[in-house]
Design a protein around this ligand. Structure first.
Ligand code: SOE
Length: 408
């Protein structure tokens, strides 16, 4: 490892980041921390102090590749480091609570990947630790990064200013297809004890949070269906990042390769009612053949509609229902202008952004919140509320989709 990667004004006080986990989300967060100080004018300068993973050789290679100054193989050593002010948790959900509570107790700020935890009880424990730490000036945030696409942030502001009028529908889908292959091995995302749930917690958490964020209100009850289409899979043969993995020696689910039981959902479909009475539909699937990372949300209201598609993330479709019929229809807002959220720091008008930039914006917002001692959003309490919606969907699905109120 060499000098820590840093960006931006070296006169600004450093903010030492220590990241636990170094797979897909670890790489995406690294990109965010490395880039944010070079694009935005920040009150503190993020420094990539240390990254932690159990495999020493692999985490050292990741540290070199992504510009982390040090590599640790024990997260307890990472949170004890004096050069770490903020712990960024990018591990599977079964370790979120333990690491976050310990990091907060050690006086650190915390960013935790979504979903906040694997259970409501764990999430409640994290919220209690976060609220106590906030009294000491420590901030915590959960990483619902799709709030930080300029187009979704613009959509929220258009709803908040009343441009659409009374909300009637929110329709959200998050579709992937990396499990269609029956030979895909039993990675950690397919085991309840590691992941908490399947598509529901992984993809459903995002669309629950995004729907509530853009609508500006919360769900009060849901009715759900879940299904596990492929119940046995080959045991993993090597390192797996969750979305791409190799099956056991010889592959296949035949004799000799070893198989295991999938203990989470492959897909979840659920409906919901918002506090205002607006109705919502949600679909989260890893079996939507041909859909790779397809997140779409549409809001329909009395005076108009908005639609966003992650595959066209620099655009927001808007229908103004107050226009005369002859001129009405969905029009495309190209969300690349300096007066759009986050865009003033990037390129000249018309030059778009990508998926990775949501993590740069997430880092920006967190650094500003920490410097201002202002609780960041989404907070751990927001993450707990999403966890309660997830639990209500699972409870509903276990009871033949009975309508299930969201515990407050
Ligand atoms: C896998 O579904 C995954 O990596 C999610 O866990 C992320 O949150 C999402 O941004 C991309 O897909």
């Amino acid at each position: 490892m060499g000098q820590p990667q840093q960006g931006g004004d070296t006169e600004k006080p450093p903010l030492g980041v220590g990241m636990v986990g170094y797979a897909f989300m670890g790489a995406a967060h690294s990109q965010g921390w490395r880039t944010v100080g070079r694009v935005f004018d920040l009150p503190r300068r993020p420094v990539l102090a240390a990254v932690c993973g159990r495999d020493g050789q692999a985490v050292r290679a990741m540290a070199d590749r992504h510009g982390w100054a040090a590599a640790e193989t024990d997260w307890r050593a990472l949170i004890a480091r004096d050069d770490v002010d903020l712990v960024d948790i990018c591990t599977p959900g079964d370790s979120h609570a333990e690491i976050a509570v310990a990091a907060l107790a050690a006086g650190k700020h915390v960013l935790c990947e979504k979903p906040l935890a694997n259970t409501v009880a764990e999430a409640e424990m994290m919220v209690a630790a976060a609220e106590a730490a906030q009294e000491r000036g420590q901030m915590s945030m959960v990483g619902f990064n799709y709030r930080r696409v300029p187009a979704t942030s613009l959509a929220r502001s258009m709803v908040a200013e009343g441009r659409l009028g009374t909300l009637r529908h929110v329709r959200v889908t998050y579709l992937q297809d990396w499990l269609v292959n029956r030979e895909f091995p039993l990675t950690w995302r397919l085991r309840k004890e590691a992941a908490g749930s399947g598509a529901l917690g992984d993809l459903g958490a995002h669309i629950i949070d995004l729907a509530q964020y853009v609508a500006g209100e919360r769900l009060v009850g849901v009715s759900g269906l879940t299904e596990t289409f492929v119940r046995e899979r080959p045991l993993p043969g090597g390192a797996s990042s969750g979305l791409s993995a190799v099956s056991g020696a010889g592959g296949g689910t035949g004799a000799g390769s070893g198989v295991g039981t999938v203990t989470v959902d492959d897909a979840a479909l659920f409906t919901g009612r918002f506090a205002s009475g607006a109705l919502a539909s949600f679909e989260a699937s890893r079996f939507a053949t041909g859909r790779k990372n397809s997140l779409r949300i549409e809001l329909n209201a009395e005076r108009g509609s908005l639609a966003f598609d992650l595959e066209r993330l620099n655009e927001l479709s808007y229908h103004d229902h107050t226009e005369p019929g002859a001129h009405a229809g969905f029009r495309r807002i190209l969300v690349t202008e300096p007066d759009h959220p986050y865009l003033d720091a990037w390129w000249p008008p018309g030059h778009g952004l990508g998926y990775e930039h949501t993590f740069v914006h997430q880092a920006r917002d967190l650094v500003h919140a920490i410097a201002a001692s202002r609780p960041p959003v989404p907070s751990f309490a927001d993450g707990l509320q999403v966890q309660r919606v997830l639990a209500a969907v699972e409870e509903s699905a276990e009871k033949n989709s009975v309508y299930t109120p969201i515990a407050v």
